[in-house]
Write a protein that binds this ligand. Structure first.
Ligand SMILES: [Zn+2]
Ligand SMILES: [Zn+2]
Length: 124
């Protein structure tokens, strides 16, 4: 009886530690937000498939760019939404960059943070 109670207390304590760790990770996320433009990101350059696409845009066609490289390569870029960027290679550029590995990259970052805050992700 006492042993059972002790083991329950240990389990509760372990869960409590995990929740505290998860809370820290989420608070950290709230402060730093879900920042993109990092090296683990893979963005694909997509241009229109018609005859008025210029040679420069065509030249970037379907190449993969790392997130941290985009601000240097495409100085006038802007976000269309969190997964889509307009590179604005020139005025009236119709190209977009699509974030291919968003789910993997974000999962990887979360796992890294959970590890950093010592949150056990497997069941005890
Ligand atoms: Zn172009
Ligand atoms: Zn273009």
């Amino acid at each position: 009886m006492i042993e059972g109670l002790k083991s329950s207390m240990r389990a509760i304590s372990a869960y409590r530690q995990r929740l505290i760790g998860i809370d820290k990770v989420l608070k950290n996320r709230d402060q730093t937000s879900w920042r993109s433009m990092q090296h683990d990101e893979e963005w694909m350059f997509i241009h229109m498939q018609d005859e008025i696409v210029c040679l420069v845009c065509r030249g970037h066609g379907f190449k993969i760019f790392r997130g941290d490289y985009i601000p240097y390569k495409f100085m006038y870029f802007s976000f269309l939404d969190s997964l889509t960027i307009e590179p604005n290679v020139h005025t009236r550029c119709r190209c977009i960059l699509e974030w291919l590995n968003a789910a993997d990259a974000i999962r990887g970052r979360l796992e890294e943070e959970l590890y950093m805050y010592d949150v056990i992700v497997t069941d005890p």
